[in-house]
Write a protein of this length. Structure first.
Length: 154
């Protein structure tokens, strides 16, 4: 009895890109949560549900002294922060929804760095560099017309 060789299938790897984004809209979801709608140009972006992008706090001049202080305190460079995509891949703009982290004395080791800025200070026209897209939490592909209707679940 001969065995057929099994070939490993390597998933296609997308290149992570650095993109300049501009805040096109700011949607206050709750007092501590904001959705930032980002315009990156007219290029079609390749991402899937479950992917995230990262934002590096070093790029914001207003955070410079806080970044330096935290890096001195921690003894290491502040990493980029990851935010899950809250837009659908077919939409023209991309979006992230950010919940502001809070500093709680005696509980939180370090004060939050980037989320307060993104939730409270990002305005239309704000420019930032984002890096994306990646993530291991991907959904299985479903046909576009999968047969479910919204009113079936009301």
């Amino acid at each position: 009895m001969s065995q057929t060789p099994v070939h490993a299938v390597t998933p296609e790897r997308r290149r992570i890109k650095e993109l300049e984004a501009m805040v096109a809209d700011v949607i206050r979801e709750t007092p501590d949560t904001t959705t930032l709608v980002l315009f990156t140009g007219n290029e079609r972006l390749e991402y899937e549900a479950g992917h995230f992008l990262t934002v590096d706090p070093h790029q914001f001049e207003g955070l410079e002294r806080f970044v330096s202080f935290l890096e001195d305190l921690k003894g290491k460079k502040e990493p980029p922060r990851a935010y899950s995509m809250s837009s659908a891949p077919h939409e023209r703009y991309i979006a992230i929804t950010v919940k502001e982290e809070r500093y709680i004395s005696g509980t939180t080791k370090y004060p939050p760095l980037l989320s307060p800025l993104l939730v409270r200070r990002a305005a239309r026209g704000t420019r930032m560099i984002i890096t994306g897209f990646s993530g291991s939490f991907e959904t299985l592909s479903m046909p576009r017309n999968h047969g479910f209707r919204a009113h079936d679940y009301q």
